[in-house]
Structure formats: C-alpha cells, structure tokens
Design a protein. Structure first.
Length: 492
C-alpha cells in the first residue's frame, strides 16, 4: 500500500512537471513557459471554459479534476498560497480579511496580484486591488429621474443635472462641470457617456469616468441608471498608470444588490456586461504594465452574479464571460506575456477543477489522474520568490537542457549518418572483395592458359628443333651423296 501511494505520487509529480514545465525531460525540445498566469474562479463550469478555450487555434487545453482533500472553500487555498501557511480554520472569506502582508511580500515579490482582496497595494509593489478603500474610491450607483428640459441636484458629485429630449435624442449635462453627453437615438443606444469628471477631494484632484443607461423615457421625465464608478487612482501600486477608462467594479453588485430589483432585464444585462468588460480591461492593464512573469488574478464575477443577481443571469452570461477572458489571453497575454501558461482554478458544484491552457501544452483533453488541492497548492508555492530555484531559473536551465538536447539530437543524427556511411563502405568493400576474388579466379585461369601456352611453345620449339635437325641431317646426307655421285662421274 505504501509503495503504491509513493508510485502514485511520483506519477502525479511527473505529470505535473510535464504540464507546468514543457521543457522538462518529458517533453524534450520544447521551449519553457516564460509567464505563468493563475486565475482563481470561485464559481464556473470548467467544461464550458474548456470548450471556449478549445475554440482558439492558439491554445491547447487540459482539464484536471481536483480532490478537495481539506474539505475547504477556495478562499482557504488562496490564503494558503498567499501566506505559505496552512490556515487553521476553513472558515475564511478573503474579501473580508487582510492577511499577513509581510509574508505575502516576502513570498511573492516576483508576482503581480490582480483583484486579490487580501493583498494591499500599499505594501506589495505590483498589486491592483480596488477592494482596498473601496468606499473612498468609488461613486455609488443609483437611479436618477430628471424632468425633461428640467434640472435636479445630484448629491453624489454635488452638481446639477439637466436632460433635454429632442425626438429620440437625449442630451445630459453636468452643469457644475460643464460636461455634456448625448445619444442620437435612445431606443437603439441607451448608453450615455463616457464622461471624465475631475473632482476635488482632500486637496487632491481625482478623476472618474461616468457612464449612464437610459431606463425609461416618459412624457415628463427621463430615468437613468448610474452603475457606479471607480476613480482612476488609489488602489494600485505605484508602478501602474491611472485607469483612464470606464471601471464598474464587481463589488458594486454586492454592496448595492437591492438596486437590482428595481431594474428590468435589459438594464441588468447591461450592468453585468459593464462589470465583465471592466474586469477584462483591468486584467489587460496588469498584463501590459507588469514586469513580473507570474500573475495571480481573482475573478469572482460569475460567483457574484450567481449569488446576488440570480442563477438565470449566471447561466446566460457564463459563456460570454469566458469568451472575454480567452480573448484577453489570445490577444493581449500573447502580446505582453508570450509563451504563457494559463492556470484556471475553478470551483463548480462543490467540486474543484484546474484547466491549463497554452500553445506549448504537451497534453490535451481531460487527465485521468486526479490531483488534490493541496498538491496543486504546493506546486504553486514552488513558484514563490523564496524558492531557491524558481521558474525563471528553471526556464534558463530548461533552455540549456533544450540546447543540449538539440546538440544530442544532432550528434545522434551524425552518428546515424556515419553508421550509414559505414554500412555503405562495408557494402562497397564486400563488393570489392567479390571483384577481387573474381579477378583472382580469372588470373588463375589466365595463368593456367599461359602455362598451357608455354607448354605448347616448348613443345613447338622441341618439334621445331627436332625438325630442323632432321632436315639438316637429310640435307647433309643428300649433299654427301651428291658429292659422291659427282666424284664418280669425274673418275669415269
């Protein structure tokens, strides 16, 4: 049993290594992740997210089921990751608790935090957290009823408002600020704005970007929704520029949820869309302006809509929220944080999931092995700045390992080529040896023929010599006989 658990744990470590580190030995030759983007989503269907990320040609995705081994809410694990200390109690609400800031700063000096409630931008050098001093930094939402061609006083900004109606065109003026906005046709475009308002607060000038929505136009009045607004500064670390855009924070849906009951379906849809859009622009700012390669973002918008607006609104808007989020990854994260790994940690129907997305991801689909939340927490903690071997160093080592692997591949290729050359040479040598044997055989045959020729030559010479001697002997005899005949003739 003990050995099986160890083997199981070792397999999980190898799988985690291959996912979180594609340049490891499990995936030789790939480049390592340069940036890690972690998203905490307290409520969200992981399979809808998986389908949404799969529609992007830039992303490969993997879903991993997570066992809630501590039987705790997501806030418990977020607290554990932020401080590096396992909480004593599971009753944690990170929107209401400011955790030990010194531990967060020590652990995560290499990270950027986006909308993570327990992290104070006054302490951490790369944090955007509008929930800090929320009351001081926002203008509350409300419904404004303005007489047509008349004036009311708006206490929120201490200004008079006038509204004019000409046909289907509405013109809204903030008299004390000398600002005017209009819509040419409120039936097709109900939004008015944005308007940038500069307000004196405590001897400082602060700015807000205002947006209004036309709820109703009657014979006598124009009814407008003001969805609230965040100031452009006051909730981010010094390194970030002011947020010069419409920013309607998700916490307004919590704090002013009673206002929702006074709105019709279209206006609620519009307010939710503004919250989602503001959150994406907020994330975009962190992606574009942060120099850190590790980003943690807390995205409770779906959870807030489900709890405080209604489950129907949650079901209707979840796909749109995921599309906006994936769009931020494929367009902005790819530009400002290239070669990233996005890690979505979700809670859905009391179950936990992790969805990994990256163009470098070595494995896709749904993993059969199940991790625990504690294991994933430990993996994320290994990326902290206190880890003597953080992921930037891992990247350097991975690149060196990748280069060595490439060199090894080249050597293997060279060895293969040399082996082929050796095989070809051996084949040629065998062919030469065969030719040599053939030629040797022919030489032996020629030697035999030559020997025969020599024998014939000797025989011929012998015959020739014998013939000449015979002819000479016969000639001599004949000559002798001729001489005798001649002698006889003389004597007679």
């Amino acid at each position: 049993m003990v050995y099986s658990k160890l083997i199981e744990g070792f397999i999980l470590v190898l799988i985690a290594a291959s996912i979180l580190n594609p340049a490891s030995s499990l995936v030789v030759g790939e480049q390592g992740y340069k940036n890690i983007l972690v998203f905490f989503i307290p409520s969200g269907d992981p399979y809808i997210l998986l389908n949404t990320t799969n529609t992007s040609a830039q992303l490969k995705t993997l879903l991993v089921r997570l066992e809630n081994d501590q039987h705790a809410p997501l806030d418990y694990y977020i607290s554990w990751i932020l401080t590096g200390v396992k909480p004593e109690s599971t009753s944690i609400d990170i929107t209401k608790e400011l955790l030990n800031q010194s531990r967060i700063v020590t652990l995560w000096s290499n990270a950027t935090f986006v909308n993570v409630p327990p992290v104070d931008p006054a302490n951490h050098s790369s944090t955007i957290n509008p929930l800090i001093n929320f009351d001081e930094n926002h203008l509350p939402p409300g419904i404004l009823e303005i007489p047509i061609n008349g004036t009311i006083h708006w206490d929120t900004l201490n200004t008079d408002l006038t509204a004019k109606l000409e046909g289907e065109s509405i013109q809204l003026t903030l008299l004390n600020y000398n600002l005017t906005t209009s819509t040419p046709n409120y039936t097709s475009n109900r939004a008015l704005g944005p308007l940038e308002v500069r307000v004196q607060r405590d001897n400082n000038t602060v700015s807000y970007h205002l947006l209004f929505y036309t709820l109703e136009v009657s014979n006598n009045t124009i009814k407008l929704l003001f969805p609230g607004a965040m100031r452009t500064t006051g909730y981010a670390s010094a390194g970030f520029t002011p947020f010069n855009d419409v920013f309607i924070y998700w916490y307004t849906l919590v704090k002013y949820r009673d206002l929702l009951s006074k709105l019709d379906e279209d206006s609620v849809n519009w307010w939710i869309a503004q919250v989602y859009g503001s959150s994406m622009r907020f994330l975009r700012k962190a992606l574009s302006e942060s120099n850190n390669s590790l980003i943690y973002a807390y995205l409770p918008e779906l959870d807030i809509v489900g709890k405080y607006v209604g489950v129907n609104w949650y079901n209707k808007s979840i796909s749109e929220f995921y599309k906006l989020l994936v769009n931020e990854l494929t367009i902005y994260a790819s530009s400002f944080k290239p070669d990233y790994l996005a890690v979505f940690i979700l809670c859905y129907n009391s179950e936990y999931y992790a969805v990994f997305a990256s163009r470098l991801l070595p494995t896709t689909g749904e993993l059969e092995e199940k991790w625990t939340m504690s294991q994933l927490t430990a993996i994320l903690l290994s990326y902290s700045s206190t880890n003597p071997f953080n992921h930037i160093q891992n990247l350097v080592v991975n690149k060196e390992a990748s280069n060595l692997n490439k060199q090894l591949d080249e050597l293997k290729q060279n060895i293969t080529q040399l082996n082929q050359t050796l095989v070809d040479t051996s084949s040629q040598l065998r062919s030469c040896e065969a030719d040599r044997e053939l030629y040797r055989s022919k030489v032996i045959e020629q030697d035999k023929v030559l020997a025969q020729v020599e024998d014939l030559k000797k025989t011929s010479l012998l015959y020739l010599t014998s013939g000449l001697a015979l002819v000479l002997g016969v000639t001599i005899i004949l000559g002798f006989m001729a001489l005798r005949v001649a002698s006889r003739k003389r004597s007679s």
